[in-house]
Design a protein around this ligand. Structure first.
Ligand code: PBG
Length: 334
């Protein structure tokens, strides 16, 4: 880049900020509705929407309401939803078998959405945390999160989700070897066109707290996830995880959380040039929402500023609970 700038008074950069039109003309990045992935929490029941204490403004939806909301989202220009189940405590077991039950809550939801909205992309998480009482993403044997036996569970779960119609599988578990294991399972079952968006640079973060409340795992988690999720201090290691996941067959990679890790987003995009996504997680949502509720900031303004920051940092898209708000705001733009 040419850094030798003309100097004042001939150079007056404010000329390019003087009106909305000129600002948009020289805008370097844009946010489109199609860049948004909307995470939705699903619960059992009919015509039921339950509040999530730590995520005001977000509710768990029964399947019928989720289909209706997904339909609204599609009409607003959102192309992809990510579904997360609140699994009955009675269905959480040591062996996590509900994770690959063809009739699990999340598989039933996916079938209904794909039947009614075939063009809407459905992304499903692959991990054990909604399915065991320890709240861990892997199988827990004698208090240890065991890597290799978990891979077999992930394979079965991924295939059951592909059979239900998932377009994108999102391994969020951080076990070693998962992407390769899932890719080969999908391929062996004929799902060569189902893609993988790997939670590659997933950090052990306190910003996930409200999510665990939303899926009913709050209070269940024994210990923490530091033996498998990344140390927030490590950027080189995050890049190694991205390289590994791409090598094992990830089509898209993700950085998570989002806002505290924009440096990682930029590095990942610059170093790998792969489709790169960020997850603006539950705690980030709750933080911005709480600030707005307290009258300290304007919600829509901070939402849009945070989302354009992801695009500027190199992300192709963003998973965000603000997707419907942002889509509504973007309606007049793209
Ligand atoms: C679990 C999973 C988590 C999130 C998505 N998938 C939580 C965790 O790793 O503990 C977090 C999403 C959010 O906080 O919004 N496999």
């Amino acid at each position: 880049m040419n850094r030798s700038l003309p100097s004042f008074p001939s150079y007056r950069p404010r000329r390019l900020r003087g009106s909305r039109g000129i600002r948009q003309l020289v805008s370097e990045t844009a946010l489109r509705r199609s860049d948004l992935i909307w995470p939705i929490f699903i619960c059992e029941g009919r015509n039921l929407a339950t509040d999530i204490q730590s995520m005001p403004g977000v509710r768990r939806l029964s399947i019928d309401l989720a289909v209706a909301e997904a339909s609204n989202a599609a009409a607003m220009g959102i192309q992809c939803v990510a579904l997360f189940p609140e699994v009955d405590i009675a269905k959480r077991t040591l062996d996590c078998r509900e994770a690959w039950n063809p009739d699990s809550l999340i598989n039933r939801t996916t079938r209904r959405i794909k039947a009614q909205l075939p063009d809407l992309l459905v992304m499903l998480d692959v991990a054990m945390d909604p399915y065991n009482l320890a709240g861990h993403d892997g199988l827990v044997v004698d208090g240890v999160i065991v890597n290799d036996p978990t891979l077999e569970c992930l394979r079965k779960q991924a295939v059951s989700h592909a059979e239900a119609g998932a377009d994108i599988i999102g391994p969020s578990d951080m076990m070693d070897g998962r992407v390769g294991a899932i890719r080969s399972a999908l391929d062996e079952c004929g799902f060569t066109d189902v893609s993988i968006m790997s939670y590659s640079a997933k950090f052990a973060s306190a910003f996930y707290g409200p999510f665990r409340d939303a899926i009913g795992s709050e209070g269940l988690l024994t210990g923490d996830k530091k033996t498998y999720q990344l140390n927030p201090a490590n950027a080189d290691e995050a890049c190694r995880m991205v390289a590994r996941d791409i090598q094992e067959g990830a089509d898209m990679v993700m950085v998570k959380p989002g806002m505290p890790y924009l440096d990682i987003c930029r590095r990942v995009k610059s170093e790998f040039g792969f489709p790169t996504f960020a997850y603006q997680v539950s705690g980030e949502y709750a933080m911005l929402y709480a600030l707005a509720e307290a009258g300290i900031v304007d919600l829509e303004s901070v939402v849009m500023e945070s989302l354009i920051a992801f695009r500027r940092a190199g992300c192709d898209g963003i998973l965000t609970y603000f997707a419907p708000i942002a889509a509504r705001m973007l309606r007049s733009y793209d």
